[in-house]
Design a protein around this ligand. Structure first.
Ligand code: KG4
Ligand code: ZN
Length: 333
């Protein structure tokens, strides 16, 4: 079995995965959403302190499996430096104590392998990775052959939901709240600009859309001092429509050039049903098979890290303890 640790942002998670059968025999995650909600976003230093409390608590529950563990895996990139450090330090301690090899896992590969938890891997796939830190399209051919073919120029899809939620004093993370509010809103009340709609390049941008929402909120507040519940729902729906249309416009361009046989959406924001349904329609039109990770594995978790680690274990992709560093800015695979 492989024990895997994830602490790249605000989720403390440990998993234990069987190498031969891929069974996930243990998986627990402690999220810090409530603690960060007060600040409207993740406070790195607070996140690190909470990992120090949560990770050993979860580890206590794994003790019965320790005799069967063959390697310790940990997310080492990308992520917040102070939170990655907590997971890496813990993995190194376990590796020394139990004399086990270490496996350094890229978090973005983890999101892609969330498609294969308790399943065999199957490539090639074109993957849309939408999370709080990333918005990119990846051509994934196998574990060590993945290429980012499109990326965001500024903010990410998930981050823009978080920021729009913050502007309306909604809690963190903004994605699920905006999606809920949008269900009760009129998506045609505000016509927010669809980013980069005039450009033929396949790339993303969310900072302009975010500012357009800010300006609209300020306009309403000038008139009436505060937003009504209906204003909030209409802004959420109109924003979600523009943010999703942006992704769809770019995917349509990509599919027009050459429609992939298999497409997938991964990352925390891939839980968004509005986005999923629209991409489903596009895939149906092009006869493309669509892979989705189960909703419980969209956001950060150690099960996906353990799943990548199984493949790394098979090819003995181990990292020596003094060569295992954290890398915060690895944006690509
Ligand atoms: O993958 P993840 O857990 O962490 C990162 O690696 O960044 O993604 C978290 C992000 C947050 O920005 C959150 O607001 C967004 O995913 N998110 C959503 C939804 N659920 C989570 N965004 C839009 N719609 C959702 N339903
Ligand atoms: Zn993530």
């Amino acid at each position: 079995m492989i024990l895997a640790i994830e602490s790249s942002c605000d989720d403390s998670s440990i998993s234990i995965t069987r190498i031969d059968s891929l069974d996930l025999v243990f998986h627990k995650k402690i999220s810090q959403e409530l603690e960060h909600s007060f600040y409207g976003g993740v406070v790195p230093e607070l996140a690190a302190r909470l990992h120090i409390e949560a990770l050993p608590k979860i580890f206590e529950e794994c003790k019965d499996y320790l005799k069967d563990i063959k390697a310790v895996a940990v997310t080492n990139a990308p992520g917040l430096s102070v939170t990655l450090t907590e997971g890496v330090a813990m993995a190194k301690a376990i590796s020394i104590a139990l004399n086990l090899p270490l496996i350094a896992v890229n978090h973005l590969k983890g999101h892609i392998y969330s498609l294969f938890i308790e399943k065999e891997e199957s490539f090639p796939i074109t993957v849309l990775l939408v999370s709080g830190g990333h918005t990119q399209i990846v051509e994934a051919n196998d574990l060590n052959n993945m290429k980012t073919i499109a990326r965001t120029l500024d903010d990410s899809f998930g981050e823009s939901f978080d920021k729009v939620a913050k502007m309306m004093n909604l809690s963190y993370p903004g994605g699920p709240i905006i999606e809920e509010k949008a269900k009760k809103g009129d998506e045609n009340r505000f016509s927010f600009p669809i980013p980069l709609s005039q450009s033929s390049n396949i790339e993303f941008s969310y900072s302009g859309l975010k500012n357009a929402v800010r300006v609209e909120i300020e306009k309403i507040k000038e008139l009436r001092n505060e937003l009504s519940e209906q204003d909030i729902c209409d802004i959420a729906a109109s924003f979600q429509k523009a943010a999703t249309s942006h992704i769809l416009q770019k995917l349509k361009k990509l599919f027009k050039k050459s429609a992939p046989k298999t497409f997938a959406i991964v990352g925390g924001a891939s839980a968004n049903i509005y986005l999923r349904e629209n991409i489903e329609k596009l895939c149906e039109k092009h006869n493309t098979k669509l892979l989705l990770s189960s909703l419980k594995y969209c956001s950060d978790n150690a099960a996906m890290i353990g799943r990548v680690a199984v493949e790394q274990y098979k090819i003995k992709d181990f990292t020596k303890i003094d060569e295992l560093y954290i890398k915060t800015r690895v944006k690509e695979l």
